[in-house]
Design a protein around this ligand. Structure first.
Ligand SMILES: Cc1cc2nc3c(=O)[nH]c(=O)nc-3n(C[C@H](O)[C@H](O)[C@H](O)COP(=O)(O)O)c2cc1C
Length: 158
């Protein structure tokens, strides 16, 4: 198994999404001890022309997605429309938020990622939510507990 971990937070230290992503990767490695890990960190190694001060996390991630969405490489056009070429992959998405937007219209991240990852052929998606992180310590603890529960559920269905 080859694991690609993409840290999309603008923060190099203390990022909640990276904390959740690390727990996902730890789980993958515990189940697949020989798995190789490739780490892309957009805060420490941003895509050219973007930096931490200029752009938020989703914009960094969108910039990277724009760079990898390439006709003939990661998707191709067919007589019946575009076809994603990145098939057979599992994707775990760690979402960290100050508020709570899961399954509401204000959630701009999960629908966008579902659409664009699906376009590239990735349909086995698991969203791990740590929400309510800026609504007091009790809410933050609940948010990380929810992320742990989402992670357990994602692996229960594997
Ligand atoms: C500039 C800025 C804007 C933010 N806007 C929102 C927001 O609109 N909604 C929300 O739920 N959280 C918002 N947050 C909180 C982040 O979602 C939260 O800090 C999250 O942990 C960031 O991910 P990270 O810890 O991986 O960097 C914002 C944080 C910052 C720094």
């Amino acid at each position: 198994m080859n694991v690609l971990q993409i840290n999309a937070s603008a923060r190099r230290e203390g990022a909640n999404s990276t904390r959740v992503a690390n727990s996902i990767v730890a789980r993958l490695q515990s189940e697949n001890p020989s798995a190789s890990l490739t780490l892309r960190d957009f805060s420490g190694d941003p895509h050219p022309a973007l930096d931490e001060a200029a752009l938020g996390a989703l914009t960094q991630l969108k910039n990277w997605i724009d760079a990898i969405a390439r006709n003939g490489v990661t998707f191709r056009y067919t007589a019946t429309g575009p076809k994603g070429l990145l098939t057979g992959k599992k994707v775990y998405v760690a979402l960290a938020r100050g508020g709570r937007y899961r399954e509401t219209e204000a959630d701009s991240q999960a629908p966008y990622l579902k659409t664009v990852l699906g376009f590239l052929g990735m349909t086995d998606l698991h969203f791990i939510y740590a929400e309510g992180l800026n609504m007091g310590p009790e809410s933050a603890a609940q948010g990380f507990a929810q992320a742990a529960a989402d992670l357990a559920a994602a692996f229960a269905f594997n």
